[in-house]
Ligand binder design. Structure first.
Ligand code: HEM
Length: 428
């Protein structure tokens, strides 16, 4: 595999970037396809590294980057998250934005296969130049990595319409309204662009965000980022329901990947929805929700159950049955202000959302308490679904034990077609 030594052709689709990685990447793309995750013999290791192929012997889950919808929404929820929000640089132009989305999509398509961001990767390039890839994912598999890109309202509302997309902004894409009890910190709020990287290995997720941030250099810069561990939802029927940091099963009533009808109704932007370029996409809301776990931990178990409306052990609704029994709100066994009642579709015009959040612990606060919470992520066909639910939930019993401290909303375009990029429809 003398891949790195072959002269790179011109990139046919104009994806060449100021980083130069796309040109060299193309070669690795052709040769690397299908080899990610296959254990490479010792003799092939050096050549594989030179081709930007990482070596892994563990069984690998790989999710294609390209497709009708972006990966990372209905994808079987992975165990770890690295979420990042970016702002375009003050002088960045429309061309910068387009080339950034192209370069990001290209790199993401490689990363999803367990490859480095370019063919020369971490160690295959010139010893006289910094490597294209930072290298900490060498020896690791793709670990089920998905990378999902989003476009924030501020991108469409940029001063002087410097990206030329003001008239293409979905009318529903606007900053979220203030909710009762909001305690938002600008340091965890907003952003022109977002990247949601999920993987079963935290190092793989961090490697993705780190390298994509590097590719953005000069065009966009990191505004804030968040690590999450331990999924708090499920998207596959055979996935065990995980627990959040209150100790409760979370994701029991989530929309699942095989529920095509619910996805079409509640998650995917439809062909007839406006604007046409968003068809097959979705809207992502992120909320950094601090959980006052020390206070919570002093509550009687019965009071904790009352707050959620479900039993801590089994996850069953307090109205009876097993975890998956439909809750009944008659008979008074579930409090009128319990979280599950106020979040339930039956009192919210049938509204549902696809939840995909993660637990987080960011060290401790000045009181010597864990700075912990839930990084809430939800996908919906329209932001109105989240807004309706959050208005309702801002006075539920649980709101005494949580604080919304960060927030963001992004349009999530449909998936990239082969040899194209996420967001291509917006610029067509
Ligand atoms: C730290 C914050 C939160 C915690 C700890 C939490 C916890 C839970 C738990 C334990 C359940 C029951 C199990 C399940 O069906 O998944 C649940 C259900 C649900 N939650 Fe939350 N939640 C939080 C925030 C939110 C927010 C911000 C929203 C939306 C605005 C939301 C929407 C829902 C919905 C839609 C359900 C399902 C209701 C149903 O159909 O039965 N949650 N949540």
């Amino acid at each position: 595999m003398e891949v790195a030594a072959v002269a790179a052709p011109e990139e046919p689709d104009g994806r060449a970037s100021r980083t130069g990685i796309s040109r060299r990447g193309l070669i690795g793309w052709a040769l690397g396809s299908g080899v990610a995750g296959i254990a490479v013999g010792a003799g092939g290791a050096a050549a594989a590294a030179a081709a930007g192929v990482r070596i892994g012997s563990a069984p690998v889950d790989e999710y294609a980057f390209e497709g009708a919808h972006q990966a990372g929404i209905t994808t079987r929820v992975q165990e770890h998250l690295h979420f990042a929000s970016f702002d375009m640089m003050p002088r960045a132009s429309r061309d910068d934005l387009v080339s950034l989305l192209q370069d990001w999509s290209y790199a993401a398509s490689r990363l999803a296969k367990g490859l480095d961001v370019s063919a020369s990767g971490a160690v295959g390039g010139s010893p006289e130049a910094p490597p294209d890839d930072t290298g900490e994912a060498q020896g690791l598999t793709a670990a089920g990595l998905t990378i999902t890109f989003g476009l924030g309202p501020s991108l469409f509302l940029a001063e002087g319409d410097r990206f030329g997309i003001a008239d293409r902004r979905p009318s529903v894409l606007a900053e979220l309204p203030a909710f009762v009890g909001d305690a938002l910190d600008a340091g965890y709020t907003g952003g022109d662009l977002c990247i949601q990287a999920c993987a079963d290995d935290p190092q793989v997720a961090v490697h993705a965000v780190r390298n994509l941030s590097r590719i953005a250099f000069g065009r966009a810069r990191l505004r804030w980022s968040q690590l999450g561990f331990g999924r708090t939802s499920r998207t596959a029927a055979d996935q065990q329901t995980p627990r959040n940091l209150f100790g409760y099963k979370d994701g029991t009533a989530n929309i699942l990947a095989d529920d095509a009808e619910a996805l079409a109704e509640h998650v995917w932007v439809g062909e007839k929805d406006e604007p046409a370029w968003m068809a097959g996409g979705s809207y992502l809301v992120a909320r950094k929700i601090a959980m006052l776990i020390e206070t919570w931990d002093r509550l009687r178990l019965a009071e904790q159950d009352r707050t959620i409306g479900r039993a801590k052990g089994s996850g069953a609704p307090l109205s009876g049955g097993d975890e998956f029994a439909e809750p009944s709100f008659h008979g008074g066994r579930i409090d009128d202000s319990a979280h599950v009642r106020l979040a339930h579709p039956s009192i919210n015009d049938g509204i549902r959302i696809l939840r995909r959040g993660y637990n987080y612990v960011d060290g401790n606060n000045e009181l010597g308490r864990l700075d912990a919470g839930l990084y809430f992520l939800s996908y919906q066909r329209s932001p109105a679904q989240f807004i309706t639910l959050q208005k309702r939930l801002s006075t539920d019993l649980m709101s005494e034990y949580i604080r919304h401290i960060g927030s963001g909303i992004w349009a999530i375009p449909s998936g990239a077609e082969k040899n194209s990029y996420v967001g291509a429809g917006l610029f067509a």
